[in-house]
Design a protein around this ligand. Structure first.
Ligand code: PRX
Length: 636
């Protein structure tokens, strides 16, 4: 197999230049040499970046699960595909071989078909990190149903909004989930959500915690008895290259989540290619990504990327702090993990703990360690590099997004010299550019700008489900003809990229991408609240935390502000999820606004950060006096 796997810096530049000069030839070869197709493409790519219309591998026919599972059976049938490490270290790990994966996915696919799910139907998957989650995702892909995995930390109303947006016909959930010392009542949340979801006909329930749950007659069924009756082999649906594979919701800067749509062949090629290169993957490696499958990182780098490469991928149900802060290191030691991929927020929280948690475990199996989800600060980078990688396993700081489908900018281990806090160089096939405020491309090095990509790559999302106009407006209109990432970046003297953070109203909290608008909408629903503005501020562990400036309908009417703070946070928790709770709330008598009524978030951001030095031009403010009041009342 050849993925243009890069072995030296010289080769990197060679491949990179080829990918720019002849992108069609470059991707044609990767797609041709590494996958099983029912039928190959007539044309590699067709695109119109003005209209945000992008297609890859035109008219090719393929099924991604044939590539993830079936084609490995002859050579790797007995090899572990999924290594399940349960929340409770006392529960035995499960080694699921490729043969078993084939049987489990087939059974699940047959159940879905029996229950009336057809190609193109949407299925919402709301499950904890258990093997059935992987089986359900792959079973959808097997029969051509579009999976929409919703992270099991979302609240009932967030689940309902996602189900309704894509009109899911079915929900797959469980009687509950374990997370550290807690259990989560997933079925209860689904029941609550489904009060307002007319499209859902059936609910399949996995047994995990044995919690006492309600089963609604005619709608809900336990999954296991259905699986027991199902055949352990199945025919894969023949999918067109551009048939939808999945929808995954991500926050935007307006209230409604964006259902990013990924299609079959391009996503397959891109997730496989990036996995192989970025993790320097070799046949007997044990690869572990700690993300949740409810996020894109889990889709691309727990399931699809590793399985497409015939790898062994660890599926971890637990959390880094349970039963103690040594859990990650214990699991690495126990399974002799070779690649470890996690988020800066986890690194920061573990770096705060006693040394003994790391040092008590043998991490010598590690070859490559990765970071994803937000900028990694210098201190955390060094801690990770020194204490986990022991300065011998390169840190791959991988920059990408739900929208990009796979990693875009990252060091290639043992090839690209790493530099703390830098995602370094684009992968061959990826063409980043920095843009200035006048929408001109910034040439040369040692420059800062808005990060765009100027040529399509196979993994790019094709649209926002049901709203192509929003897709165009969000990603392709700020810098016409280019894909705008929403991130700012700098390019250093040798051409390395460093991502500086979002330039829009999205704040990344503990690696979770949160739009401020939906949180404000939730707060504004509280009967006492008149208006609110949310901004991010730097936080030691979470990277960013949320600061809310809130005006009340009747100022001072709330004698007990502590209660109000609690109520507002509970309200956010039930509307969006606990991840969106505010760390600080300041009640103010007004918000700084321009004459056109727009809240000047720039000023609020500086106040929240504790930087009162220079608020820039405030002459356009309608109420400049409010700035002083807000400054004086800042919550510490
Ligand atoms: O701001 C960037 C940040 O995460 C955003 C994408 O979030 P999401 O779609 O949830 O996907 C996260 C997992 C891929 C980006 O726009 N981000 C992601 N990785 C990095 C990063 N910021 C800096 N460095 C990174 N390595």
């Amino acid at each position: 197999m050849s993925y243009y796997q890069v072995q030296s810096l010289e080769q990197y530049f060679k491949h990179y230049n080829k990918s720019i000069r002849e992108p069609r030839k470059f991707w044609d070869k990767i797609a041709d040499e590494n996958f099983t197709w029912y039928q190959k493409w007539d044309k590699v790519v067709e695109f119109d970046m003005q209209e945000a219309d992008i297609k890859w591998f035109i008219n090719a026919k393929v099924n991604i699960t044939k590539n993830c599972i079936d084609r490995h059976l002859a050579r790797r049938g007995e090899k572990t595909a999924i290594l399940f490490e349960p929340n409770n270290p006392g529960e035995e790990a499960r080694h699921i071989s490729y043969n078993e994966l084939y049987a489990e996915v087939s059974k699940m696919a047959n159940v879905l078909r029996d229950q009336g799910i057809k190609k193109g139907d949407r299925v919402c998957i709301y499950l904890p990190m258990i093997p059935e989650l992987a089986f359900a995702v792959l079973a959808c892909a097997r029969i051509g149903a579009i999976h929409s995995v919703v992270f099991a930390g979302f609240s009932a109303s967030a689940v309902a909004a996602r189900i309704n947006d894509s009109e899911c016909k079915m929900v797959i959930t469980s009687d509950g989930g374990y997370r550290g010392s807690k259990t989560i009542d997933l079925k209860g949340i689904v029941d609550e959500a489904l009060k307002n979801c007319p499209s859902v006909e059936k609910v399949l329930v996995v047994k995990r915690t044995n919690a006492n749950i309600n089963m609604k007659e005619g709608r809900d069924q336990w999954l296991q008895p259905l699986l027991d009756e199902a055949m352990a082999n199945s025919v894969a649906e023949i999918m067109d290259a551009e048939d939808p594979l999945f929808i995954l919701y991500t926050s935007g800067s307006t209230g409604k989540p964006k259902g990013m749509l990924h299609t079959t062949a391009g996503y397959m090629v891109y997730s496989a290619y990036t996995f192989k290169n970025i993790f320097a993957y070799e046949e007997n490696d044990i690869y572990w990504c700690t993300a949740d499958i409810g996020w894109i990182t889990g889709h691309s780098y727990i399931l699809y990327g590793p399985l497409l490469n015939g790898a062994t991928t660890v599926l971890f149900e637990g959390v880094p702090s349970y039963p103690d802060f040594g859990r990650f290191w214990e699991v690495i030691d126990k399974h002799k993990v070779t690649q470890f991929y996690t988020a800066p927020t986890a690194i920061r929280s573990l770096a705060k703990q006693d040394w003994k948690w790391v040092d008590g475990h043998d991490l010598s199996s590690l070859k490559v360690i990765g970071s994803v989800g937000e900028p990694i600060n210098e201190e955390a980078w060094h801690w990770y590099n020194d204490h986990v990688g022991k300065k011998k396993s390169p840190v791959v700081d991988t920059w990408w997004q739900t929208e990009t489908g796979g990693i875009m900018i990252s060091p290639i281990p043992f090839v690209t010299p790493t530099k703390p806090t830098y995602a370094t160089l684009p992968l061959p096939g990826v063409q980043p550019v920095l843009m200035d405020e006048l929408r001109n491309e910034i040439e040369g090095n040692q420059v800062v700008g808005s990060l765009c990509i100027k040529f399509p790559w196979p993994g790019i999302a094709r649209t926002i489900w049901g709203d192509h106009q929003r897709f165009k407006d969000t990603y392709f209109s700020t810098f016409p003809g280019k894909y705008f990432t929403g991130d700012g970046a700098l390019r250093d003297e040798v051409g390395y990229y460093r991502i500086t953070g979002r330039v829009d109203d999205v704040v990344i909290v503990s690696g979770h991408n949160l739009g401020t608008a939906p949180i404000e909408d939730a707060i504004n629903e509280h009967p006492s609240v008149a208006e609110s503005a949310i901004v991010g501020f730097p936080h030691d562990v979470k990277g960013n935390a949320l600061y809310g400036f809130i005006t009340l309908k009747e100022a001072g009417s709330w004698r007990n502000q502590d209660n109000l703070v609690k109520e507002i946070n509970e309200h956010i928790s039930s509307h969006i999820g606990p991840i969106a709770k505010l760390d600080k709330i300041q009640f103010v008598s007004g918000l700084p606004k321009t004459r056109s009524g727009k809240i000047m978030r720039r000023i609020l951001r500086k106040i929240a950060e504790g930087d009162f030095s220079n608020f820039g031009d405030t002459s356009t403010l309608l109420n400049p006096e409010i700035v002083e009041e807000i400054k004086n009342g800042k919550v510490e």
